[in-house]
Ligand binder design. Sequence first.
Ligand code: SF4
Length: 361
Amino acid sequence: MSLITVESLLKERHLRPEEAPRVEELWAEIRRLKKERNAFVPAHNYQVPEVQAVADYLGDSFELAVKSRGIDSAFVVFCGVRFMAEGCYTLAPERPVYVPSLDALCSLAEVDEDDVLERQEFLRALGRDFATLTYVNTYAAVKALSDSCCTSSNAATIAERLGKPDILFVPDQNLAYQVAIKTKRMYLPPPDPHAFHPKEYREMVEPLIREGERQGLVGNVFAWEGACHVHHQMTEADIESIRRQDPEAAIVVHGEVKPSLQRLADAVLSTAQMIKYVAAHPERKKFAILTECGLIVRMELEHPEKQFYKSCRLCQYMKANTLENLLETLRDRPPERLVTVPEEVRVGAQQAMQRMIDLAS
Ligand code: SF4
């Protein structure tokens, strides 16, 4: 049962009074259609609050992936971005999965599988003993090339449990840093985007690999050159100004922010861990949560007694899903919004996702 009501949205100024009747009307129709058509609507924590309010399940990428396997409905309308809907279909292909908007994409997920194959070949030629660990924020073709997937909540745990000294971490370079720190591996920075030159890259990483060996580290994390544009644009100044203004505020960042920000924060957490962190610290009244704004809206509604600094950023892809296109999808099931993956790719991606779920537990 969602805690989000029209009253709470109005109180926290997430809704204008003149919009309230329309939102209530849409909610009623969406709830009616869900019931009538036996549809299930999962939603990511970054969705707009009006959409979160009518979701059957709300969570981060890992929680949504685990949930995907146990849905007992005729079809799913996935309120998240496309790679998440693909993940839902990958794990349970017997049930149709739709996305409300074709614009719900993700800049981080745009990785070419041929580039991954090239990098794997390069590491083999270098004689490295490595596993490919792929963030779930990728499409199925890249997941299928991986030993396991991970999310920001379990990346370090999975890296430790893969049993290899080296990790090729695809595609988020900042989360790769977090994995290196937590698992005592050397962080090897990525090449510039679209500029992987084997000789230059080798000359850059080899001295760092030797330094890691000198320090007795477990191995290395080879970072891919991707970044989430939403988190990567956050700056050290965002944190420093809050520290100056309010030294009491707890500053929590997502693992997708740059390493320099991770070092300045009080905690580096996934979205689900951020929700637990705020609930677990009743003594703290002020927070700066550096992630996508949808999560902050949820926290404001769940904790009206606390104050949240507006240090978040919007992801236009997550905001592409609206009550209107959710309703349309439930009602019409437009064929172009159906998400599928070629079977030979799906099987490989399923293995990598299932390995994540097994290793994380
Ligand atoms: S917040 Fe970043 S990682 Fe998440 S969907 Fe948007 S662009 Fe992709």
